[in-house]
Design a protein. Structure first.
Length: 348
């Protein structure tokens, strides 16, 4: 029996992503007419047969969804991914499915080892949750035929469906708020190139800074972790600006980073928000009773998890299904860690 032709087979021959092939064959927007014609012609020549979606009213089969996450993101001081996994598990159960978590350590990622839940045939589809090395994501893509989805990170090759928070616009909203409070000397806390999420939040910071004519200075960009391992040694990475050149506000890539920054500022004699305002992102913190309520942009983890489960189940029932990148909006929350220091700074 000849092997069934997959969307990836067609995309590989034309040098385009499976998302592009899916859109072309299903009549969706986002593909040029010339490319659409080439894809359809090649699909016909290769003998591609479109999979039939499950009939309405028919009982959905139960599947097991595997969730792989890097060990550096799942420690006791990292509540965000634990919460996201719980949401995934809850939504999977609602769909008569099961969620299985496997933590990938640094050595396994470096040695390009396929997760055991895959090699042992325990799962029907897989989620890579959080940022992995580009090479590892590519290795998984090319060494498993399971439906694959990236959660809270982006695919650098553009072949894999992704569900992410709207990091750029969320960060942009928070930094705009700092300008509304009269701040124009605003720093950023987060190690760039460590994760896709941090980078996108940095881009949102840059967008707001440029539109307000704010100065982005190297000494106001504070790292919060090791770029390669993701390890967070706060005493090592939080190198603060000189006291005579301290920003009046900081935007931090996470609420945990914001909370640590507040402690570091206190050690150096600064009070938040009286001396320096601090804002974060995600609305997740690793302390039951934080020192102060942090102004932030809350990530809608429930919707991210619901959408991720929906996409994978749709793929399992219809291999032609593809969504590309799905952005989930959050909500801005004002708390006590920020303070007005003057009239709003206008847009340029």
């Amino acid at each position: 029996m000849p092997k069934a032709v997959k969307l990836a087979d067609i995309g590989q021959k034309l040098g385009v992503s499976t998302v592009t092939v899916s859109k072309a064959l299903s009549g969706q927007k986002g593909v040029s007419e010339d490319m659409r014609a080439k894809i359809r012609q090649l699909a016909q020549e290769m003998g591609y047969v479109k999979a039939q979606p499950q009939e309405k009213g028919k009982e959905r089969k139960s599947f097991t969804i595997g969730i792989a996450v890097a060990e550096r993101y799942i420690g006791s001081n990292q509540p965000f991914y634990w919460h996201l996994y719980q949401e995934l598990s809850k939504h999977a159960v609602q769909k008569n499915c099961f969620a299985m978590l496997e933590v990938i350590n640094y050595v396994e990622e470096q040695q390009m080892l396929i997760p055991k839940m895959v090699t042992e045939g325990k799962i029907d589809a897989m989620i890579l949750m959080g940022t992995f090395q580009k090479e590892y994501v590519g290795f998984i893509r090319h060494n498993t035929s399971l439906p694959l989805l990236l959660l809270d990170t982006l695919d650098k090759e553009g072949d894999i469906d992704c569900v992410v928070s709207n990091n750029i616009m969320g960060a942009y909203r928070v930094v705009n708020y700092l300008f509304e409070l009269g701040h124009n000397k605003i720093g950023f806390v987060g190690t760039r190139l460590a994760t896709a999420s941090i980078d996108d939040r940095f881009f949102g910071y840059l967008k707001s800074m440029m539109e307000h004519g704010g100065q982005v200075r190297g000494e106001w960009l504070v790292d919060d972790r090791d770029r390669f391992t993701g390890a967070s040694d706060y005493q090592l990475h939080y190198r603060m600006p000189q006291k005579d050149d301290m920003p009046t506000a900081f935007f931090c890539n996470s609420d945990i980073a914001a909370n640590v920054l507040i402690r570091k500022l206190a050690e150096e004699g600064y009070s938040v928000p009286d001396d320096v305002s601090v804002a974060g992102f995600d609305d997740y913190i690793n302390e039951p009773f934080p020192q102060i309520g942090i102004t932030t942009y809350a990530i809608n983890t429930a919707e991210m998890a619901r959408r991720a489960v929906h996409i994978l189940l749709s793929r399992l029932e219809n291999p032609d299904y593809a969504i590309g990148v799905y952005l989930v909006d959050g909500r801005f929350i004002e708390r006590e860690s920020t303070k007005s220091i003057g009239p709003p700074v206008p847009f340029f």
